[in-house]
Design a protein around this ligand. Structure first.
Ligand SMILES: [Zn+2]
Ligand SMILES: [Zn+2]
Length: 293
């Protein structure tokens, strides 16, 4: 089996990153991964969880505290690491990606700019971090009306992101709203958001985009509370497949060492048990499929 981790950060170019790129590479090799995609944060305009529209021009250096990275140096770092791996006979593949934090007012400006300036990426993740203009990591207001409203509102944003029909490959952590919910059992169940999940899946499928299953909420919750919340609700994946979904990407969203590939063997068992036959990663913006049977 050739398994890829599609989502990772370092302290060198992500403000919340803790690991170095070298640590990430060493861990990925030790974990036996075929490869990983480096996806530093690109939350244009976001400072301390609050959007500051056009706080810096596209392509200009980051404003103080802005969650973006310079494309050139990060690409050079990826290329240098690939050369070093080749020189010592390692077959680990490093894919060059990006995680774009979506904000609705940036359509289509940021994406038009990306079409010109983002051509070197193997894969583009788009992710919702802000609900109603507030980063849910920093601001808990979106949870005040309870689970149903909070989860629904988050999924509404993900649906709006898909409806904008932007040029990206993977919808990052569709269930991110679980991560900071603080509920005893934060796992979203299919039946509690069936309508929205169906709409989200139909849009993903029509646009040929991949859905990401992200293990970070699970290991973060374990670290903070000692509770293992387990795998997601299998009904979510089964419904995606039933509607014709084929593209599923597995990610750790690691920010610190020893988390790349975390819970992957468990997730692969879960994927198989729910009927998934292959995983998807992106190279040169093209989907690549690897059997997990
Ligand atoms: Zn994210
Ligand atoms: Zn991330």
């Amino acid at each position: 089996m050739r398994i890829y981790d599609n989502h990772s950060h370092t302290r060198e170019y992500s403000l919340d990153g803790k690991q170095t790129f070298d640590e990430l590479i060493a861990d990925a090799e030790a974990a036996g991964l075929a490869g990983f995609m480096i996806t530093e944060h690109y939350d244009k305009d976001l400072i301390d969880g609050i959007p500051h529209p056009r706080v810096s021009d596209y392509g200009a250096p980051a404003a103080p505290g802005e969650w973006i990275f310079p494309f050139g140096p990060v690409l050079e770092r990826t290329q240098a690491a690939r050369e070093q791996l080749r020189a010592r006979g390692s077959e680990l593949e490093i894919l060059h990606g990006i995680e774009i934090g979506w904000l609705p007012y940036q359509n289509p400006g940021l994406w038009d700019w990306m079409a010109e300036n983002g051509k070197d990426f193997d894969g583009i993740i788009a992710a919702v971090h802000c609900v109603d203009g507030r980063d849910i990591y920093y601001d808990r207001r979106s949870y005040e009306e309870g689970r149903k409203a909070a989860y629904g509102r988050y999924l509404d944003h993900a649906i709006d992101l898909l409806r904008a029909d932007l040029d990206f490959d993977i919808l990052g952590h569709f269930d991110y709203v679980e991560r900071y919910a603080g509920f005893e059992n934060p796992r979203m169940r299919y039946e509690e958001q069936a309508e929205r999940l169906d709409e989200l899946f139909r849009l993903l499928i029509a646009q040929g985009k991949s859905i990401e299953f992200n293990t970070r909420t699970r290991y973060r919750t374990l670290a903070s509370s000692g509770i293992d919340i387990g795998a997601p609700d299998g009904a979510i994946l089964r419904r995606y497949l039933e509607l014709g979904g084929e593209r599923v990407s597995l990610s750790s969203d690691c920010h610190e060492d020893h988390n790349v590939g975390r819970y992957f063997s468990d997730m692969i068992e879960w994927f198989r048990a729910n009927g998934l036959r292959y995983l998807t990663h992106f190279k040169g913006r093209q989907a690549v499929f690897n059997s997990i049977e």
